[in-house]
Ligand binder design. Structure first.
Ligand code: HEM
Length: 417
């Protein structure tokens, strides 16, 4: 199914920069790890003038930048032509309209917002959703039963995370399709050269989601329930500094941040398993390997390929200077395949001992949803294998999504029996 890393050895010649270092470029998207290897060897701290950023590919540089507390993410502090402004659509002349969610907030707002929801997402709280995740996975697998071939993304990897997070937020099931569509549209904002039509689509879906949450928040103010929105309202009433707009953007962030990403972890993970039958067999023979296998899936084909920060003072990475307000892109995918850290980094090995990875970012901004994403992937993939142990790649090729910073499949046919 598709190519494996080992088939893709042909060198490319033109040095990559700008859009060439995003999933909009065919070579980058279809042969990511070769492109990143070449970059790490030739120009590990690359000045990408086209998109206004440094592009880092060495594990240790990526790790250090992600953990450096002096760096920032609120695009309003960045230069007008810096990468972070392009992907947040925060033009200088409309700054007052831009209300960042936690993911693009600096201190002290960032920690204030993060603290409010961190309890709900810590590993212990998430563990309580284990049974429910299993039930949702079983129901989706029941629907797949009896079909010869399915699009795995549409049938399983897409709906599982959407239903889980929608239930945590207390969103009714009959709005599930709307939610999937809205959140798929909103992440299109990560395209630094999104067309005006795409921007309009993003705007329309953001508006629809905001309208839905505005109404839901008002309803929960009248009648509390056992969900995250009710918890946020309770926190606000208990004197936390939290505005209605902040509750709104928190709901939108949680719904979108966890959807495409977790879909891609499950999709990329199953793609890797089917492309490596010996590893698939190992996992079938020893289902207890699932936790390690999911960590290896995160490392081997990271659902988020890059994150970022920027300095407010003159800064330096590996001897390369970067001025105040200029973006630094950390390639999580490149860090995870750095041969100075991982022996045979392009080998997919479910029994690999050191599977630590940068896929959830790092430092005080490390992904809040990591325990949830891990649990969904572990349960979802384990149940899939139990139900369809003979699954194989489908008759047509899978198709990757063309969205910068994210890596996954738009479509992935698999044969179930
Ligand atoms: C496999 C799935 C996921 C991946 C690969 C992923 C990846 C990431 C990455 C790379 C960051 C940026 C971290 C940094 O720059 O240091 C991040 C932040 C974040 N993620 Fe995830 N994520 C996933 C699932 C989720 C889920 C399920 C949720 C919640 C429902 C979530 C919520 C968040 C939030 C709220 C932040 C911002 C944290 C902060 O700024 O303090 N993510 N994620």
């Amino acid at each position: 199914m598709g190519e494996t890393r080992d088939d893709l050895k042909a060198p490319h010649t033109a040095p990559k920069t700008g859009i060439g270092l995003t999933a909009l470029d065919d070579d980058y998207r279809e042969d990511l790890y070769r492109v990143l290897d070449e970059m790490r060897q030739a120009d590990p701290v690359h000045r990408d003038r086209e998109l206004g950023r440094l592009f880092l590919t060495r594990h240790d540089d990526v790790r250090a930048v992600l953990r450096d507390k002096s760096l920032h993410v609120d695009p309003r502090g960045a230069l007008p032509d810096s990468y972070i402004r392009l992907i947040t659509n925060a033009p200088k002349d409309r700054e007052d309209e831009f209300e960042p969610s936690m993911i693009f907030s600096d201190e002290p707002d960032h920690m204030r917002l993060r603290r409010l929801v961190s309890q709900a997402f810590n590993p212990r709280s998430i563990e309580t959703t284990r049974i429910r995740i299993g039930e949702i996975a079983d129901a989706l697998l029941d629907e797949m039963e009896g079909k010869g071939e399915v699009d795995f993304i549409k049938a399983f990897a897409g709906p599982l995370p959407t239903i889980v997070i929608a239930e945590m937020l207390g969103v009714p099931l009959d709005r599930r399709d709307d939610f999937k569509r809205w959140s798929d549209d909103i992440v299109l904002g990560f395209d630094p050269i999104a067309s005006p039509e795409t921007r309009q689509r993003i705007e329309a879906s953001s508006e629809a989601m905001r309208a839905f949450f505005t109404e839901t928040i008002a309803r929960r103010r009248q009648e509390r329930s056992d969900d995250l929105i009710s918890d946020l309202i309770r926190a606000e009433e208990e004197g936390e500094k939290l505005t209605n707009d902040e509750i709104l953007s928190m709901c939108t962030l949680l719904l979108t941040a966890g959807n495409v990403t977790t879909t891609d972890l499950i999709g990329n993970g199953v793609h890797a398993l089917l492309a490596h039958p010996a590893e698939f067999e190992k996992l079938k023979a020893d289902p207890d390997l699932i936790e390690n296998a999911v960590e290896e899936m995160l490392r081997y084909d990271s659902p988020v390929t890059d994150s970022g920060r920027f300095p407010l003072e003159p800064y330096e990475v590996g001897g390369v200077a970067v001025g105040p307000g200029r973006s630094i892109s950390t390639s999580l995918a490149a860090a995870n395949h750095d041969p100075s850290v991982y022996p045979e980094p392009h080998k997919f090995d479910v029994t690999r001992e050191d599977t630590h990875n940068q896929s959830f970012g790092g430092g005080m901004r490390i992904c809040l949803g990591a325990p949830l994403a891990r649990l969904e992937a572990q349960i979802g993939i384990a149940k899939l294998i139990e139900r369809f142990p003979d699954m194989k790649p489908g008759t047509s090729e899978p198709r990757r999504r063309h969205l910068p910073s994210f890596r996954g499949f738009e479509k992935m046919p698999i044969r179930l029996h």
